[in-house]
Design a protein. Sequence first.
Length: 143
Amino acid sequence: MPSRCRRSWQSRRPAKVQFGRDRVVIGNNVKIQNNVSVYDNVTLEDDVFCGPSMVFTNVYNPRSAVTRKDEYRDTLVRRGATLGANCTVVCGVTIGEHAFVAAGAVVNRDVKPFALIAGTGEHRCPHTGAVYRLHGDTLAVHA
């Protein structure tokens, strides 16, 4: 499957943004900030925000002397998700719609829709899917 972009995505100009060669999908109204590399097997659905210098990986355990292109894992970022500055998304995960990944966080497993994730590994904020809800075009705390 060749890389493809839908009608509109945005990046600051001049931006240092790199894309994989074969299997990258970028939806509509995606915003990709400076110093972001979107590698093969990454799919960004509509309205995703990628903060400055955030990182995607595509091989789970890379080694310099071992070619692992046949071991790429798919990463899916669902509609409306926000990936904060300097966060790292380890390959093979799905980030749910309208989830919020805080700056500097490490995502190494699936994130539920509407969840707030911060920190690394077991030092995460709890999934807060029952608290945040989409009201029209606004994501707000649900009372």
